[in-house]
Design a protein around this ligand. Structure first.
Ligand SMILES: *[C@@H]1O[C@H](CO)[C@@H](O)[C@H](O)[C@H]1NC(C)=O
Length: 345
């Protein structure tokens, strides 16, 4: 099965090679799309073939939640971990170096309403010799983090757990959202490690990366002084159907004159090219509660719905999103409108 490929030098959108087959499941599209981003980021020519082959073999990721549910009641899902990998199912994953592997990363993603736990079952790496195995609470791609350091509850240094420093004293590491990753280097052939990935329910998901390019979500921030981002790693149309911001309840309705500046609680739509919402461009701000529909198309590689909360209220925003079609990424004069994402309005 050869559905997804693109020369790393090819110009244009990163999902070019992944759109054509309507039959592909959303998860596979994500995997495909994501691996392309990672490929571009790592600029590893040799890995390119390796990954395409890997995608061919890994049919399990093609199946939907039915299989997932079935698997949960059965034996844990087990498979080998590759030097560059994306996993969206819980299970047990073993990496064994066939040759020295210096720059490896495995990205984990679960449903929005889940935390991810990474447990070391067995580790045989040579820390003194320069090997490493680190779990990161979030994703990092091209130097950009999700969640951004501003929105994550922990300081950046505490988001890394280094096996070579903490050993098995921190055997299970739980993420703060639906994404996590491990970085590793294993130089001696035959060395490696085994990890078990599990998920736990998260009642109020705050920072989320969507597994799918289309969907619907309600972001609820109940009396918490924190900012939450829902990230769609595609150009997307966002349709907000409902916005509740507590700060107008019982108070005289007063319209601030310009944007949302000075308002404690609001929702903003961001667009950009990287993962980090704090580096993305605010394209719209919504600081008044309303019902139904307000739509915006964001023709950037990444789209984020971000809620800023003072903690004094219960805030909620409900939205639908869908990936933009190729024709929607063109402006009327035929030029790509992605430049729009690069410069502030
Ligand atoms: C949330 O974001 C706003 C504006 O982006 C910032 O002023 C505020 O300090 C942030 N709050 C927290 C808890 O990080």
């Amino acid at each position: 099965m050869k559905v997804c490929w693109r020369s790393p030098q090819a110009p244009g959108g990163k999902s070019t090679g992944c759109r054509s087959k309507a039959s592909m499941s959303a998860t596979f599209k994500l995997q495909c799309h994501f691996i392309l981003i990672v490929l571009v980021a790592l600029r590893g020519e040799g890995r390119y073939l390796e990954l395409r082959e890997a995608a061919d073999q890994d049919r399990f990721l093609l199946f939907g939640s039915d299989l997932k549910r079935a698997l949960e009641g059965e034996q844990p899902y087990r498979r080998a971990l590759r030097c560059l990998d994306l996993l969206s199912l819980p299970g047990q994953f073993t990496f064994t170096a066939a040759r020295p592997q210096l720059h490896c990363a495995a990205f984990f993603i679960s449903e929005p309403e889940e935390f991810i736990s990474v447990r070391y079952d067995a580790v045989a790496i040579d820390c003194q010799g320069g090997d490493f195995l680190q779990v990161f609470d979030g994703w990092i791609l091209k130097g950009e983090k999700f969640p951004s350091s501003q929105d994550h509850p922990l300081p950046t240094t505490e988001r890394y757990v280094d096996f070579c420093k903490s050993g098995l004293s921190r055997r299970t590491i739980r993420s703060s959202q639906n994404v996590a990753m491990v970085f590793f280097r294993v130089q001696e052939p035959g060395n490696g490690f085994t990890l078990t990935i599990t998920t736990d329910p998260n009642l109020f998901p705050c920072n989320v990366i969507s597994q799918t390019p289309n969907g619907r979500f309600s972001l609820v921030v109940p009396h918490q002084h924190r900012n939450c981002s829902f990230s769609i790693i595609y150009p997307a149309a966002i349709k907000i159907s409902d916005l509740t911001l507590g700060h107008f309840r019982g108070l005289p309705f007063k319209k601030p004159s310009v944007g949302c500046a000075g308002v404690g609680d609001f929702v903003e739509l961001l667009g950009g090219t990287g993962l980090d919402p704090s580096k993305m461009t605010p394209l719209a701000g919504l600081c008044h509660p309303f019902h139904g529909p307000a739509q915006m198309k964001i023709a950037c590689d990444n789209t984020v719905v971000r809620m800023v909360s003072s903690g004094q209220h219960i805030n909620r925003v409900t939205f639908e999103y869908r990936q933009l079609e190729p024709y929607e990424l063109e402006s009327p004069d035929g030029n790509s409108i992605r430049e729009f994402c690069l410069s502030p309005l």
